[in-house]
Design a protein around this ligand. Structure first.
Ligand SMILES: Cc1cc2nc3c(=O)[nH]c(=O)nc-3n(C[C@H](O)[C@H](O)[C@H](O)COP(=O)(O)OP(=O)(O)OC[C@H]3O[C@@H](n4cnc5c(N)ncnc54)[C@H](O)[C@@H]3O)c2cc1C
Length: 480
């Protein structure tokens, strides 16, 4: 049995930053990660969206921002682009190395290839987390645990309250994987899109303006969604059978490879290993179909080839913890602030087709993607990170206490880094002072976070030109 000040379960987008924050605040910190690296979904190669709100104010601050700015300085991340949603493209392999170095330098102890499979809890406190790895089973204890597993594994195993998916019917967003194809001639692809402007279209409900083809072509790192017409052609002859109408392409300046986001499987409960296995099998079959579709149908992709499938099945939604506070969709869209806010979010409210009945190989019944921009960043209450019935646990990342709508924004990478930073700093304070997260003096946490570069308040007004002054609107914005 070990004894740490803080144990972070899952070293992904939120967990890596949480561990860095806890260690930098002086806590003896262990992160337990089932993969071979920190980073989680952050390494899948998508762009960081919503680092700034649509009016141009930064929402991402603190240690997540420090990481991204370090990458920007060396040209491994782009300055924010995209006319509406503060998009930062990043080189995922360099991101991984920078993140690992940052964690090592902060003094984070990392236990990789290790899976938290259980928790022993007594009197509303997690006494230990059970970890499985090549060494067998081992118990790890800590003063404070931070659940950054994405699926709220520790909270669920420790008897904490959670909800699965949407209130009422437990419906969850579909899962998708991302993959990289190399040897893409983007100029040729853009020339084709110029001939077929109908190829660019907006997701349902998008409330912002769109990036024009010229803007996409001339702005390194902008991503785009297209090929609706080609998909229809391929569908007619049975060569594209996925329930999607566009392919989302993430580019990076100077790279000849792009990241593709188009696969989709509905009706998967990612907390169920059998469901997840079915999803992996189906997603890999879909990947094969898409790679062949791109080569056969899409100008510029004729000689492309698959180089990497970096992420396991990408889960958009599973468990949401029940916290002392719960963020709701209206809070996100109205840019609401809270007395106990510990940071801000601005990722769009991005809900993919949700259908309870649809499963592997079955068609979804929903309505594609609904994506609403966040004009003004919203505050994230500390209470959303504190499970209602566990006294020594904090939560960060996509499983914080949020309803189905709000979670569709809180799951964005920048927001996950923000909640990770806050949870790590608060956990270190709680461990030092021997206090439960729900009893912590929130002003002290907020002051510390502000000193660490976190953004708690949003300046008034807009720093962006009015929409009418932006590039002429041609339908495009990516479904993620
Ligand atoms: C297909 C897809 C596309 C997306 N596109 C975008 C985009 O373009 N832009 C954007 O900003 N966001 C995007 N997102 C959202 C975003 O990437 C994720 O929601 C976010 O990265 C999740 O962060 P997290 O810390 O909650 O989880 P993760 O980053 O997934 O980290 C969880 C970590 O915990 C580990 N883990 C899990 N369970 C255990 C356990 N029991 N024991 C030990 N370790 C464990 C995992 O291995 C992983 O490293 C996308 C998401 C998906 C699925």
């Amino acid at each position: 049995m070990t004894n740490h000040d803080v144990i972070v379960v899952g070293g992904g987008t939120s967990g890596a930053i949480a561990a860095i924050a806890a260690a930098r605040s002086g806590a003896r910190t262990l992160v337990v990660e089932k993969g071979n690296t920190l980073g989680g979904m952050l390494l899948a190669g998508m762009s960081l969206i919503g680092a700034l709100d649509a009016e141009g104010h930064w929402a991402l601050g603190g240690y997540g921002r420090e990481l991204i700015e370090a990458l920007m300085k060396q040209g491994y991340a782009t300055p924010p682009t995209g006319s509406q949603a503060g998009v930062i493209a990043q080189d995922p392999e360099m991101l991984r190395l920078y993140l690992m170095r940052m964690a090592r330098d902060a003094g984070v102890e990392m236990l990789l290839h290790s899976f938290v499979v259980g928790a022993k809890a007594e009197n509303d406190r997690v006494q230990s987390a059970t970890v499985a790895n090549k060494g067998g089973l081992e118990e790890f204890s800590a003063k404070i645990f931070i659940d950054c597993s994405g699926d709220a594994d520790l909270v669920a195993k420790g008897g904490g309250e959670f909800k699965l998916g949407r209130d009422g019917d437990n419906a969850m967003q579909p899962v998708s994987n991302l993959f990289r194809v190399a040897n893409v001639q983007l100029d040729k692809c853009f020339a084709y899109m110029e001939q077929h402007p109908e190829e660019l279209s907006l997701p349902t409900g998008w409330t912002g303006t769109a990036d024009s083809l010229d803007y996409i072509r001339n702005t390194p790192g902008v991503h785009f969604s297209s090929f609706n017409r080609l998909i229809r052609k391929a569908k007619e002859v049975g060569e594209f059978n996925i329930d999607r109408t566009r392919v989302c392409v993430y580019t990076f300046p100077g790279h000849v490879d792009v990241v593709i986001n188009v696969t989709r499987v509905h009706g998967i409960n990612a907390a169920d290993p059998r469901d997840l296995s079915c999803a992996e099998i189906e997603l890999q079959a879909q990947t094969l179909e898409v790679v062949e579709f791109l080569r056969k149908y899409v100008p510029g992709f004729e000689r492309s080839y698959l180089v990497a499938m970096p992420s396991p099945a990408g889960v958009r939604e599973s468990r949401h913890i029940v916290g002392h506070k719960t963020l709701v969709g209206a809070d996100v869209l109205s840019g609401r602030s809270f007395n106990d806010q510990i940071g801000r979010g601005a990722y769009p409210l991005d809900i993919h087709d949700v259908s309870r009945d649809a499963g592997v190989n079955r068609k979804a019944k929903g309505a594609g993607i609904s994506m609403q921009r966040v004009a003004r960043s919203y505050g994230i209450p500390f209470g959303c990170l504190v499970p209602r019935n566990l006294d020594n646990v904090l939560v960060a990342g996509r499983c914080i206490s949020a309803d189905h709508e709000a979670a569709a924004s809180a799951r964005g990478q920048a927001v996950c880094m923000v909640t990770g930073h806050a949870a790590g700093t608060a956990a270190a304070l709680c461990a030092r002072d021997g206090c439960a997260p729900r009893r912590i003096d929130i002003a002290t946490v907020q002051n510390l976070l502000a000193q660490q570069g976190a953004i708690l308040e949003r300046p008034p007004g807009s720093v962006r030109p009015r929409a009418s002054l932006l590039a002429p609107a041609m339908p495009s914005k990516s479904p993620l």
